[in-house]
Design a protein around this ligand. Sequence first.
Ligand code: G7M
Length: 331
Amino acid sequence: MSAPARASDSRAAIKALLCRFRLIEVLDEDPTHKTAWLLGRIAGEEEDAGEGESAGSGAVPGVDAAVVTVERLPFSVSVGAQAAAGLFADVSLDSGEQNDVYSWAAGAANSTAFGPDLRVSVIYPATAKHISKHRRQQRRWIRETPALYEQVVRPAIDAQPASRIQWVHNILSKRVEAERILFEDPDPEHGFIILPDLKWDTANPATMYLTAIVHRKDTRSLRDLDGTHLRMLKNIRAKSAVAAQRFGVPSDMLRLYIHYQPSYYHFHVHITNVSFVGPGMAAGRAHLLDTVISNIEDIAPDYYQRATLAYALGSDDELWQHWAAHPSSTG
Ligand code: G7M
């Protein structure tokens, strides 16, 4: 589809497309970000004119398929901007309850008093790749016992090419990102480097995101941690505070955690501002460093070689295939 030149032309073209959109499937929904991804087809002009629905209800990728993203926008209300009628004059309510001094209801705004309330984006024609990219992944809950780790996960990690963690070796050998290093303990057994995570632009301390990458090359994940790592783990905790100070974030505003499963099998710790909540912090993925230290120190040095670790795996994850091939992987 060629892009119309002016904003008003675009608006009219998008509106025309949306009017011809026939919903086939809700590909995914995210209640936290109030967003839905919809698959549909764009009806032909003659159908739109009411000359009957075309045969079949499917959409043909690359031809008439469209992916529409609908997102509810944040409120934008300014005091005094509303006419005398009042802010809620046009609101329609379709349910309501009252109890003592408390009242609540749901409905629709029907007005611009709260600012625009919807952002819509359209991919048309959408290819099969566009569609699968926006379709919710199938998810499975895994209970990984130590035996299953040996049978399924360790071989999967062993099968990964070394090039996958080349970026880590580049950082440790100071070939790249050297100027971004905030702290280094160069000890080959207990040492590590702390630097800003790729995802953080270093501009806003409220979203501070640092990573500690250890020098030890034999530690691939949480599973490998034991009593020999305690000194290093405690030192990461202590020196995170030093690194975070550079951005004015005090030590009691840090959240330190380890992913299991991680994306990269060279041990590292995530260091973030406690007020920042990101997708990598879900229960079942983020293991708090404080708890990890306590498990090894107070419960057992080989806690992580004995524990069953549970997590969710998406069907796009490489590990998924290994679990799918294993009959006893679900608990
Ligand atoms: O899920 P996992 O614990 O494996 O997370 C790895 C982290 O490494 C993520 O937060 C990535 O943003 C971060 N990361 C990945 N790469 C490729 C780089 C990189 O090249 N430089 C830095 N500084 N961080 C990275």
